[in-house]
Design a protein around this ligand. Structure first.
Ligand code: GMT
Length: 378
């Protein structure tokens, strides 16, 4: 199949999933066209089967807001015609599903029918999309998609609760290329980051308020009072400065490493003992899954789709949002005993196997095939 993929090309989970999906589909013989405003961060290799088409939005001073949706829908029309793209898979309702619908309508005028598969990732539904300013457009785009998927059962339920949805929503969970994590590094270079007796705690996100990163600092502060430990913080975002101030106030600056944005998540997870994800809301928690695949147990909140990924008492523990005392207690329970830590590490790795890309990518392929077949009948 010739598949067009539209996503946010950033470090965010939706962009990562869309990129990994495209790469795996190309290995399975499909021709993939990424259509977005920048080359996706995890898209390192372009080939005969993987193409990238940049959406340009020319600056025009008359426009207070530059019309990205318009530029995207025009680009989609052009790329469908030029490359014979058969199906568009858009990640994120805003504005991708909306722009794709416009493209579809323009193409119908030229007797070309391109179905749209929309994948909902979470923030487009729970944080932004349900805002009254966007709600009608998001509802419309979801209802007008030819197929809709959500990355967790919890996100599907949220979507049905928050919007008036007439379409079926299939749950296709996020996935992971386990080979990237299981090949293992013979030397994790742990010694560069911490002493042998220190436990390494890690958090990876875009350091936004929704990630409750101040809870990460608090839980780590509590842990390091009880045992030698270091905190690795990976990612960039608006909360970073406040976090740095807080570390200074608490006198733990020398125990905290801010990595900034990194493409070497697997290397950092390789030397981690525990992962913290205390988010306010999280439709899936791809970062937690990446940690688990590296054999790192997860201490998280019990919100959204996280309980579908992190199994309480098995791959880690779940607590109510904001319950930093319970998170600390659970973290110490795992870290205090080497045998228990080893068991949790093994369990985390085992639980992650459910999300092997070889199990999940065929589910998307089946959705594309069904959608194309249905459209032929119409
Ligand atoms: O979590 C973020 O801030 C990034 C966001 C995104 O849009 O890329 O992530 C969302 O999609 C990921 C991939 O499906 C999920 O794993 C994250 O849980 C979800 N984030 C939220 O729901 C807050």
């Amino acid at each position: 199949m010739k598949i067009g993929i539209v996503c946010y090309p950033t470090f965010g989970g939706s962009g990562v999933v869309a990129t990994e999906l495209g790469l795996e589909l190309s290995k399975r013989g499909h021709e993939i066209h990424f259509i977005t405003y920048n080359q996706p961060v995890r898209l390192e290799l372009l080939s005969n089967h993987v193409h990238y088409h940049e959406v340009n939005v020319p600056e025009y001073p008359l426009f207070h807001y530059q019309p990205y949706e318009l530029a995207l829908s025009s680009k989609l029309v052009d790329m469908v015609k030029l490359h014979g793209i058969e199906i568009l898979h858009v990640h994120y309702a805003i504005p991708h599903a909306y722009a794709a619908y416009m493209a579809k309508k323009m193409l119908i005028e030229e007797n070309i029918y391109v179905p749209i598969v929309t994948t909902l990732h979470g923030t487009d539904i729970t944080l932004v999309g349900s805002h009254p300013f966007y709600k009608p457009a998001v509802t419309f785009s979801i209802n007008k998609s030819d197929a809709v998927t959500a990355v967790s059962q919890s996100l599907k339920e949220d979507t049905l609760r928050l919007f008036d949805i007439k379409n079926e929503i299939s749950v296709v969970p996020n996935f992971i290329d386990l080979s990237k994590y299981n090949d293992g590094f013979t030397d994790c270079q742990r010694a560069m980051m911490a002493n042998d007796d220190e436990k390494i705690i890690t958090h990876i996100s875009n350091l936004r308020e929704v990630k409750r990163v101040q809870d990460v600092i608090t839980v780590f502060y509590n842990i390091q009072k009880e045992m030698p430990a270091k905190l690795m913080l990976v990612g960039e975002g608006p909360e970073r400065e406040r976090m740095e101030w807080r570390c200074q106030q608490l006198g733990i600056t020398d125990k905290v490493v801010f990595f900034g944005k990194s493409n070497e998540i697997d290397k950092i997870l390789c030397f981690s003992d525990l992962f913290l994800l205390p988010s306010q809301t999280e439709s899936f928690g791809l970062a937690a899954l990446e940690a688990m695949a590296s054999g790192v147990p997860v201490i998280s909140s019990n919100t959204g789709g996280i309980p579908e990924v992190n199994v309480h008492g098995v791959s880690g523990f779940l607590s109510d949002v904001g319950d930093v005392d319970d998170m600390t207690k659970n973290a110490l329970h795992i870290l205090n005993n080497e045998n228990r830590l080893e068991t949790f590490k093994n369990n985390a790795r085992k639980e992650s196997l459910k999300y092997d890309l070889h199990n999940i990518v065929p589910q998307y392929e089946a959705i594309y095939e069904d959608t194309l077949a249905k459209c032929l009948v119409l």
